[in-house]
Design a binder for this molecule. Structure first.
Ligand code: ADP
Ligand code: MG
Ligand code: ZN
Length: 679
C-alpha cells in the first residue's frame, strides 16, 4: 500500500514527498480510522483525503461549504486525470440530474457536495445505494459556534453518515481551529478515536507587519508600488471601502479589480477570474472573497482595515504565499477600525437557525474575538508569537520576520547594491526617475529610448537581474531616506556628495530588514515566457492559472530545465498527466529560452563581463568587488585619465575610439566629456 500511495503522490500529483502531517492522515484513513487534520491554509489538506479516495473502491464524498470553489477543485482534479464532480444548488437542473445519475452509477471517485445537500430530498436515498467508503469534511470548523463561519447544516453530518448503508470513515480538515473549536469538531462530528494531526500553524515564508500610517491611502499606494509585478489581495471591511480603494488605485494606474457581495453574480465571477487568471494583479475585496481560492502565487495580502477576529485575519492573510515563496501579510490599522468592526458585529444578519440565546452567545464570542484582534493590532511583541499563541501553539519570543521583530535585528549591509544603483544613475547621466532606474537594473530598456546613450551598453544594465523588483526599490528608498541619493522636483534621481562616498568605497551603506525575496532564477526571461504560456493555456482551457502550475513549479522549471517529458513529470507540482498534456508546449518554451537566458545579453555588451553569471551571480560579483578593493560598478576617473581624455578628444577621436582606448562604454565616455564641459 505504501508503494501505491507514493506512486500516486509522484505520478498523479507530481510531488516528491509528503508535507508534514499528510502521510499520517492518508495512512490513518487507509486503515479505516477517522482522522482530524488541523493544518494551516496552503499546507495541502486536500491531498490527505484525495489519495485515499483514489485507493478506496467506490465514491468519496467531500463536504465543502462554498459552492463557488467546488468547481475549481473539481477542475483541478480533472487536470490530474481524476474523475470528479460536484453537486450543489447553483447548478442547472438538467446538469444536476445528469451528474446525480452518473454519481449514482459510481462514475466518480470524488464527489463534492455542499452541506445543505445532505438534507435535500433524494440525496440521502441516492447515497444509500452508493458505495461510500469515506466522507471528508473540509473546513470542519464550520461545525462550531466558536468558529468564525458557523454553518448549522454541518451539524447534520453525523445524522447523514449514520443513515448510510455502512458507516464511512470520516476525515475532518480545517485550517483555523482554536482548542475550543477543535473540541467541537471532535464532539459534534462524532469522530471515533480519530488520528489527530496538528501541524504547526507557523508559515515561515509569511512575514507579518502591522502599520498605523497617518495616511492609509498613501501607505497602500507605496506598498503596492513596491510590488508592481506581483499579485496580491487587499481586504477592506466594507463594500464602500472596496469601491473607494479600487477606483482610487485604478486611477493611479494599478491593475486592479474588486469583489464584494453587492456586485452582480456575473461581475463577481468575471472579476474573480480576472484575478485568478492573472489578467488583473490586485484584488480589492471584502471577506466575501477568497475562502478556498487556490491561487498559489499571491505574494501579499494587505488588510486595509482590521478584520473582526484573528481567525479571520490568519485565514485571509494565509492566502498569501501558498506556493511557499516569501510573501507579506500587512495590516494597516487605525483606531477607527475597532468602531467599524463593532458596528459590523452589532449589525450582522441574525442566523435564523439559532435561538435568541444562542444569538446572544454568538455575539458575545464575537466581541471577545474582536478584543484579541485589537490586541494583535496594537501589540509591541513579536506578531508571529502572538498569532501562534492565540491558536494554542508555543512559539519563540522573536521570529525576526515581523514588523515588531525586525527593528531589533541587525542592519544589512547594502554597500555593493548601493554602488550598483548609484553608478547606474551616474552612467545614465542622472536623467531618470526611480522607476526607470529599477528597470535598468533589472535589464529592461526604458521607453521612449533616451537620446545620446544606449542604456543597454552600460555595464550597469541588468546588473541586478537576479533581484526582485521590490527589493531594488527598497534599497533605493533606503538610499533616499539616508541621503545617499536625491530626488528632484520631477522625481529624477540625482547624486550628491554623499553618493560619491559610497561610490568610491569611502563609506558603507546599510539598511534595516533582510534582503528577502531574492530568488534562484536561471533567467527571468524564461520565467516570464512560462508565465505567458500558462496564461495562454489558462485562457484557452478556462482554468485558473495557478491550478495549472504554481509559480514555484515554474521557478523549478527554470532551475531544472527538464529535457524531456520524463524529467518534466518529476518537477514538483507537475505529475505525469500534466506533463503529457502540456509537455510539448513547455519543453518548446524551455528549449527556446534556455540557451539564450544567461548568455544573450553578454554577447550584446561590448565590455561585458559584468552581467552576473548563472550561479551565485551576485555573490560572485560582490567577491570581485571586495577583492579589487574598490567598486567595479563605477571606476572613478583619475586626473591623468581625464587629461588624456581631453587630449584625445581634441585630437578628433570618436567616442567609439575613446571607448576602446579607455575600456569604458561609449555612454561613460560621453558622460565624462559632458562633465568636463567638452560636449
Ligand atoms: P489547503 O486545503 O490545506 O489550504 P491545498 O490542499 O489546497 O491546501 O494545497 C495547497 C497547495 O499545496 C496546492 O497547490 C498543492 O498542489 C500543494 N501541495 C500539497 N501537497 C504537497 C506536497 N506534498 N508537496 C508539494 N506541494 C504540495
Ligand atoms: Mg482546502
Ligand atoms: Zn516576530
Amino acid at each position: 500500500m505504501k508503494a501505491k500511495v507514493h506512486d500516486i503522490l509522484t505520478k498523479v500529483y507530481g510531488h516528491h514527498q509528503f508535507r508534514p502531517g499528510q502521510q499520517e492522515l492518508v495512512e490513518g484513513l487507509l486503515e479505516h480510522m477517522d482522522v482530524l487534520g488541523v493544518m494551516p491554509t496552503g499546507s495541502g489538506k486536500s491531498l490527505c483525503y484525495q489519495i485515499p479516495a483514489l485507493l478506496f473502491p467506490g465514491t468519496t464524498l467531500v463536504i465543502s461549504p462554498l459552492i463557488s470553489l467546488m468547481k475549481d477543485q473539481v477542475t483541478s482534479l480533472k487536470l490530474r486525470g481524476i474523475s470528479a464532480a460536484f453537486l450543489n444548488s447553483a447548478m442547472e437542473e438538467a446538469e444536476y440530474r445528469e451528474t446525480a445519475y452518473q454519481a449514482a452509477g459510481g462514475a466518480y471517485k470524488i464527489l463534492y457536495v455542499a452541506p445543505e445537500r445532505l438534507q435535500a430530498p433524494g440525496f440521502l436515498e441516492m447515497c444509500r445505494h452508493m458505495d461510500i467508503p469515506l466522507v471528508a469534511v473540509d473546513e470542519a470548523h464550520c461545525i462550531s459556534q466558536w468558529g468564525q463561519d458557523f454553518r448549522p447544516s454541518y451539524l447534520k453530518i453525523p445524522e447523514f453518515t449514520a443513515a448510510l448503508s455502512k458507516r464511512p470513515v470520516i476525515g475532518a480538515f480545517t485550517a483555523t481551529a482554536t482548542p475550543r473549536v477543535r473540541k467541537d469538531i471532535l464532539d459534534n462530528l462524532k469522530l471515533e478515536a480519530p488520528v489527530t494531526v496538528t501541524t504547526g500553524f507557523d508559515r515561515p515564508n509569511l512575514s507579518f507587519s502591522v502599520y498605523s500610517p497617518k495616511d492609509r491611502d498613501k501607505a497602500l499606494s507605496d506598498l503596492l508600488r513596491d510590488r508592481y509585478r506581483q499579485s496580491g489581495i487587499i481586504y477592506c471591511a466594507t463594500r464602500k471601502n472596496v469601491e473607494a480603494v479600487c477606483s482610487r488605485l485604478d486611477g493611479e494606474g494599478f491593475s486592479v479589480t474588486r469583489y464584494h457581495a453587492g456586485l452582480e453574480p456575473d461581475e463577481r465571477r468575471r472579476n474573480q477570474e480576472d484575478f485568478l487568471f492573472d489578467r488583473k494583479r490586485i484584488m480589492v475585496a471584502t471577506n466575501a472573497f477568497g475562502m478556498g481560492i487556490d491561487k498559489s502565487n499571491v505574494s501579499y495580502v494587505i488588510h486595509y482595515n482590521m478584520p473582526k477576529s484573528l481567525e479571520a485575519y490568519y485565514q485571509e492573510a494565509g492566502r498569501a504565499g501558498r506556493d511557499g515563496c516569501d510573501a507579506d501579510c500587512i495590516l494597516l490599522y487605525a483606531p477607527q477600525d475597532v468602531i467599524t468592526a463593532r458596528w459590523l458585529i452589532e449589525h450582522s444578519e441574525p442566523n435564523p437557525d439559532l435561538t435568541p440565546e444562542e444569538q446572544a452567545q454568538v455575539r458575545e464570542k464575537d466581541e471577545e474575538r474582536l478584543k484579541w484582534m485589537t490586541f494583535y493590532a496594537r501589540s509591541r511583541k513579536c506578531l508571529r508569537h502572538d498569532l501562534l499563541r492565540y491558536f494554542g501553539e508555543n512559539a519563540p519570543d522573536s521570529c525576526n520576520n515581523c514588523s515588531n521583530c525586525v527593528p531589533d535585528c541587525e542592519h544589512v549591509d547594502i554597500t555593493t547594491e548601493a554602488q550598483m544603483i548609484l553608478s547606474c544613475v551616474a552612467r545614465t547621466k542622472q536623467q531618470y526617475s526611480d522607476d526607470v532606474v529599477v528597470q535598468l537594473m533589472l535589464g529592461v530598456l526604458p521607453y521612449p529610448p533616451p537620446e545620446g546613450i544606449n542604456p543597454a551598453e552600460l555595464t550597469t544594465f541588468g546588473l541586478m537581474n537576479d533581484f526582485e523588483e521590490g527589493n531594488i526599490r527598497e534599497i533605493i528608498r533606503a538610499l533616499l531616506d539616508q541621503g545617499y541619493l536625491e530626488k528632484d522636483d520631477d522625481s529624477i534621481l540625482k547624486l550628491n556628495r554623499q553618493s560619491e562616498k559610497i561610490l568610491f568605497g569611502k563609506q558603507r551603506a546599510a539598511m534595516r530588514r533582510g534582503l528577502r525575496n531574492r530568488r534562484d532564477i536561471t533567467g527571468e526571461d524564461l520565467f516570464q515566457a512560462l508565465q505567458k504560456l500558462r496564461y495562454e493555456i489558462s485562457s484557452k482551457e478556462y482554468v485558473a492559472a495557478s491550478a495549472l502550475f504554481s509559480d514555484s513549479t515554474l521557478r523549478d522549471l527554470c532551475r531544472i530545465l527538464p529535457k524531456d517529458k520524463k524529467q518534466l513529470a518529476a518537477v514538483d507540482g507537475m505529475g505525469v498527466f500534466k506533463a503529457n498534456r502540456y509537455g510539448d508546449q513547455i519543453l518548446r518554451v524551455i528549449h527556446l529560452f534556455k540557451p539564450a537566458a544567461p548568455g544573450k545579453r553578454k554577447e550584446k555588451k561590448k565590455t561585458g563581463s559584468r552581467i552576473p553569471s548563472k550561479e551565485g551571480s551576485f555573490a560572485a560579483y560582490r567577491d570581485k568587488v571586495i577583492e579589487a578593493g574598490s567598486t567595479e560598478a563605477y571606476q572613478p576617473w583619475t586626473k591623468e585619465e581625464d587629461q588624456q581624455l581631453i587630449r584625445e578628444h581634441e585630437s578628433g577621436k570618436t567616442t567609439k575610439e575613446l571607448s576602446e582606448i579607455h575600456k569604458r562604454t561609449a555612454g561613460a565616455i560621453r558622460s565624462r566629456l559632458k562633465k568636463l564641459g567638452l560636449v
